[in-house]
Design a binder for this molecule. Structure first.
Ligand code: SF4
Ligand code: SF4
Length: 159
């Protein structure tokens, strides 16, 4: 969804957002029941899920001797096994829908090394363009809305 400011090639070289540590594992993508069923049926029959509200997150194994958790559907050579069927969280990354002082906002994660270097006006313009879609998806699935974290750049505040 962010192809205007982020290329496939840049992501293929990076893949930071498909791995987590114990400080940002809360960023693990929210998966609906329907998507969880598809993942089990088509990709990972043994994968376990952890409930999150009415949704789920995929169980991830900690790397040996490292505080790192790779997403369970990341193939280290091919990328995300889900292709175009990624969780909504991943399709808008590094944008996040968050709760800040009682309002929903669209914020930019400081973790993405590519988008954080773009002119902020360009990223705000894209967030504004996507806001109806993002907030409407959050209406359908409130589990997508994360609590605000310091360092995330607020781009759009819902009216
Ligand atoms: S962190 Fe940014 S550049 Fe890296 S893979 Fe994710 S979206 Fe792409
Ligand atoms: S679902 Fe795919 S895009 Fe999302 S974190 Fe996992 S491997 Fe990355």
């Amino acid at each position: 969804m962010l192809t205007e400011i982020l290329s496939r090639e840049e992501c293929a070289k990076c893949r930071i957002c498909c791995c987590f540590d114990s400080y940002d594992i809360w960023e693990a993508p929210v998966v609906s029941k329907e998507l969880a069923d598809v993942i089990v049926k088509e990709h990972k029959p043994d994968l376990e899920f952890v409930p999150k509200g009415d949704s789920f997150v995929m169980k991830m194994d900690r790397e040996e001797n490292e505080d790192l958790y790779y997403c369970s559907v990341l193939d280290h050579s091919k990328g995300c096994l889900l292709g175009t069927g990624k969780p909504f969280d991943c399709s808008i990354w590094p944008l996040r829908v968050m709760r800040f002082e009682g309002k929903r906002v669209i914020a930019l994660s400081p973790v993405c090394p590519v988008v954080i270097k773009k002119p902020v006006s360009e990223v705000v313009a894209l967030a504004k363009k996507l806001q109806d879609k993002i907030f409407s998806e959050a209406d359908k699935n409130p589990d997508l809305v994360k609590n605000y974290e310091v360092g995330y750049v607020i781009l759009v505040v819902e009216d």
